[in-house]
Design a protein around this ligand. Structure first.
Ligand code: NAD
Length: 475
């Protein structure tokens, strides 16, 4: 059994989590220990005890450990990518790409540990200087979702460690394998006991235990419902909090879009990774002039997508991650039909050679902004096409959402692209690119109901994982 990592020791636990392959339910990826609330308290206590020493470690020590972890992740990307594809269900190339990204993130933050920031200023008073410096926040809790089993643990833990924080990480129940592999790598890369703790198991049990144990900051990625509850709980306890939640990301197709490029953006953004990306293009807003040609081509391409086992090189779309997620997707297909949208293709459970959670990608046209499939995050391969009279109408539809993570436009006009970049109410804007697919060295995050708190990733990660100190020096 794969154990929890608490205070540098692998500790067994309660009944195991059986990690099954959603491409083939007969394939057991492994057994993972399910931690108790007491284990969580021990992990936070270990992190607290070791924080004074770790926060005073040299930037070189931290950089060397993160760099070693990054190198090992990159060297093992095919093996770890295979594990990831088996436990989450994204196709092997996507999974290997995700692992490589995790490795690059560690190497980026190895550099950030060395590139410290500070300012020395003259005071407004004579004979005084002001020093502005950054210090680690303390013990940081990380709660991660199932759809990026190694990239999200990496983009939270790498900056946390780089800036001298101690970490307690609670990965999603569905995908403990990649997080466990990361903990193992970090441990062997030389982290002192207690600096990084892995506590696997139920969010409902371990989330409250994490907050009650006395952490200084919480970085959460997951659903809006869980995030909002955690935000209230953190506020009541004075815990610094960062939330990355859902999306209902618009991809706007302007009349002058290059047709094949626009269709490719829609296919990739809506259906790759089985639509299970917070940045997925789940609303495709198409201007009247190009609408019919675009929808016809998109339906043709969607119907031709090959759904299959994540490890089969012929597969373009892997399975849905879980039975519950698949049931949710299919219930949205029913809602779309009941609301009067036209299902152009897909939306059915598929029976393939192995027992898995397979679904054909569903494309709806004729959607109105009020329909559930146009408003609510589905988090699966279900896309809604909305027709717009013109660009202004399309922009209004794009912004008519409680979310604000990513927004995309396909156009050949610099003026439209610039206007959209300025007026899209989203944290990230893509021009002639799918809404999903981001770089690791720049900020990631959204607005409105999608995000709360400072951005993740890139240099901006310092906003969350450090606290600013202003020192006045009498001369
Ligand atoms: P989820 O909210 O169900 O679970 C996320 C994590 O929270 C899991 O580790 C879970 O165990 C834990 N959790 C559950 N209940 C908890 C509680 N009461 N207290 C503390 N922790 C608890 O989300 P999910 O189904 O794993 O992930 C899908 C969601 O994540 C989607 O909404 C998606 O948009 C979002 N997501 C957002 C981003 C982003 O960066 N914006 C990235 C990936 C996924």
């Amino acid at each position: 059994m794969h154990c929890n990592l608490i205070n540098g020791e692998w500790r067994g636990g309660q009944p195991a989590i059986v990690n099954r392959n959603p491409s083939d339910l007969d394939d057991v990826v492994g057994d993972y220990a399910s931690a108790s609330a007491a284990d969580m308290r021990d992990a936070v206590a270990a992190a607290r005890a070791t924080f004074p020493a770790w926060s005073r470690s040299t930037p070189q020590q931290r950089a060397d450990i993160l760099d070693a972890a990054g190198n090992e992740i990159l060297a093992r990307k095919i093996e770890l990518g295979t594990l990831l594809a088996r436990e989450e269900g994204k196709t092997l190339p996507e999974a290997i790409g995700e692992v490589a990204r995790a490795g690059q993130i560690f190497k980026f933050f190895a550099g950030e540990a060395l590139r410290q920031q500070g300012e020395l200023l003259d005071s407004v008073r004579p004979g005084v200087e002001v020093l502005i410096s950054r210090e680690p926040v303390g013990v940081v809790g990380l709660i991660t979702p199932w759809n990026f089993p190694i990239a999200i643990p990496a983009w939270k833990s790498a900056p946390a460690l780089a800036f001298g924080n101690c970490v307690v990480m609670k990965p999603a129940e569905l995908v403990p394998g990649s997080a466990w592999a990361l903990a193992d790598i970090l441990q062997r890369a030389g982290l002192p006991a207690g600096v990084f703790n892995l506590v696997m198991g139920s969010g409902r049990v371990l989330g409250p235990a994490l907050l009650d144990a006395g952490i200084d900051a919480l970085s959460f990625t997951g659903s809006q419902a869980t995030g909002e509850r955690l935000a209230a709980d953190c506020a009541a306890r004075g815990i610094k909090v960062q939330l990355e939640m859902g999306g209902k990301n618009p991809l706007l197709i302007a009349d002058d879009a290059q047709l094949e490029q626009a269709v490719e953006c829609a296919i990739n953004g809506a259906f790759y990774s089985t639509g299970q990306r917070c940045t997925a293009s789940s609303r495709i807003i198409v201007c009247h002039g190009i609408h019919d040609a675009f929808v016809a081509r998109l339906a043709e391409r969607t119907a031709a997508l090959r759904v299959g086992h994540a490890l089969d090189s012929a597969s373009q779309i892997g399975p849905v991650a879980s039975e519950a997620q698949l049931a949710g997707n299919l219930s949205y297909v029913d809602k779309g039909l009941a609301d009067g949208a036209s299902l152009l293709c897909g939306g059915e459970r598929l029976t393939l050679a192995t027992r898995g959670y397979y679904q054909s990608p569903a494309l709806f046209a004729g959607c109105t902004p009020q329909m559930a499939i146009s408003r609510e995050e589905i988090f699966g391969p279900v896309a809604a096409v909305l027709r717009a009279d013109d660009y202004e109408h399309a922009l209004a539809l794009a912004n008519d959402t409680p979310f604000g993570l990513a927004a995309g436009i396909c156009t050949q006009s610099l003026a439209l692209a610039t206007h959209f970049r300025r007026h899209a109410e989203a944290g990230m804007v893509m021009v002639n690119l799918p809404t999903a697919g981001v770089d690791y060295h720049v900020p990631f995050g959204g607005r409105k109901g999608s995000s709360h708190g400072p951005r993740e990733q890139g240099r901006y990660a310092a906003e969350f994982y450090t606290t600013v100190k202003t020192s006045y020096l009498g001369l």
